[in-house]
Design a protein around this ligand. Sequence first.
Ligand SMILES: Cc1ncc(COP(=O)(O)O)c(C=O)c1O
Length: 412
Amino acid sequence: MKRRELLKGTAGLATAVGSGSLLWSPYAPAAAHDAYFSGLNDLLKREGPGRPVMLIDTERMNHNIDVLTSSVGPEKTYRVVVKSLPSVGLLENVLRRAKTRSLMVFHQPFLNAIADAFPNADALLGKPMPVRAARTFYRKLGETTFDAANQVQWLIDSRERLLQYQALARELGVRMRVNLEIDVGLHRGGLPEPAALGSVLKVIQGDPEHLSFSGFMGYEPHLTGQKASLDHPAVQDVLGVYRGFLDGARTAGVEVNGLTLNGAGSHTLRIYERDKTMNDLSAGSGVVMPTDFDTFHLSDNLPALFIATPVLKRYDGNPYLPDAPDLMQRLYYIYGGYWKARMVSPAEVGEPIYQSTNQSPITTSRKVDLRVDDYVFLRPTQSEFVMLQFGDLLAVKGGTFTDRWPVFHQTG
Ligand SMILES: Cc1ncc(COP(=O)(O)O)c(C=O)c1O
């Protein structure tokens, strides 16, 4: 009881000193950060490593996962995009919260890491890999209960590539599941039309010992800018093409029930809440919300990913521009910089004087009162590459660090 009173008393003293010091200032500086970023700043100054770090707010992340999974609904599979969340520790948390074991993978070293870390996963490739990458995957597959014959869906975009994979499957004496990339309007490759299906399915159906057909992948991010709902003509075009491929498969004698019919990404997933064409919807970035994902269908998602980096130096004026505009009147140098990222706190900064990956100058108005060793906060514009640049991801919740999650290695 006594201890609690003492703590209460100390907190009161801190508040009094804090507000008093504002009165003595020669001008009234706006706090550099709002309450949210002030809390993170205090935490980092107390316990951070003193270098640029990547933070993940897990409460916001969980909110985002819940928004995405409620759009996917109970009848479809939510497939987590690994390249956008490139860390085993992070993925463990996302899979647990989303109650899914389905992943989309875009890089051979990540696929091997998934096979090791998630022996129950279903891994659909998100792009067609050179057959040598598939060969490397099998060579590196260690002691694991992960059953590649049933848990990997290799993405195939042409008959030629399928024949390469078939030859590899025969050489290695393995069976491969094959998912076909279809062009539903993006024009980033894949089978261009249902007429191309016949000759591909024939190869698969003719070699059941080495190949099986697992479904389609039709990605449609070109719908992002349309702010489209399900009945939008551009969406109906995509779904019409998708259904054309399904009809083509049925005509070739394929039983389509049970296939993985994948599509969507964070930008578009919400469009399909009431649709039944696809049964497997992907999203990764919407879990952490880099700025490129501030788009129409993600307006309920919250920014959960931040670069935090210390201020190294401060100038009270701007030695480069004595008559600087308001937003450039104070100059700071931060640790690192030139990331694919936008400053989020302080909220307003001037145009960059120049960019440096070593020590970047940033400018603010005189009202922003950052001190040396304070942190500034940026939101990455995308997650996949930027998240790999800072070492372990630092998970934060309610003003404390809760976890460190190593990121994937680019090779291996
Ligand atoms: C095939 C495919 N599906 C889905 C996605 C969606 O990923 P995200 O949700 O991170 O945008 C991508 C992103 O590039 C993709 O290439």
